[in-house]
Design a protein around this ligand. Structure first.
Ligand code: SME
Length: 163
């Protein structure tokens, strides 16, 4: 997909996510709908989803779209754990070169992981997208996925006890 087409698709995805989720407040509904809209918009995506922070240094998978994935990831481990630890986006053009990479699928060649931070600055989950293509993600993916992650993070309601 060329850069312009990618930008246009992300901009439509962002509009779709906001128009569907603006009135919504259920966190799992927000995460699963975001994963579904994103996953079906791009051919270079083959796994799309969230790992949620469930304790101070542990992520658990879900919701997501794609093949079955690793269930638990400690902070600091793999791309997701590093992103959670550093609260910083990681774009990995070749997963075989990433120290401590966690292979949930043999076909994954590249990956991007973005932190999802709520309105009070607390990390709530990471958004992980994997591709079967090498170097599938660039600054356009990073910029839009960060914007989507900011939107999703802003929808987290700290006053609620989530089931
Ligand atoms: N590869 C990831 C693990 C999650 S799966 O790709 C769905 C990682 O290294 O954190």
């Amino acid at each position: 997909m060329d850069r312009l087409r990618k930008e246009q698709t992300y901009s439509k995805v962002l509009r779709d996510i906001k128009s569907v989720l603006d009135p919504e407040s259920d966190w799992i509904c927000i995460l699963s709908t975001t994963a579904a809209i994103l996953h079906h918009a791009f051919d270079h995506y083959h796994w799309t989803g969230f790992y949620r922070v469930v304790s101070p240094d542990l992520l658990i998978v879900g919701p997501y779209q794609g093949h079955q994935a690793c269930l638990h990831i400690p902070f600091g481990k793999g791309v997701c754990g590093k992103t959670a630890e550093l609260k910083k986006t990681h774009v990995v053009p070749d997963v075989t070169k990433f120290p401590g990479y966690i292979a949930c699928s043999e076909s994954t060649k590249s990956e991007i992981v973005v932190p999802v931070i709520d309105s009070e600055g607390v990390l709530r989950c990471v958004l992980d997208v994997d591709s079967d293509y090498l170097a599938a993600f660039d600054d356009v993916d990073a910029r839009y996925l960060e914007e989507i992650a900011r939107y999703v993070g802003s929808k987290y309601d700290n006053t609620k006890v989530y089931p």
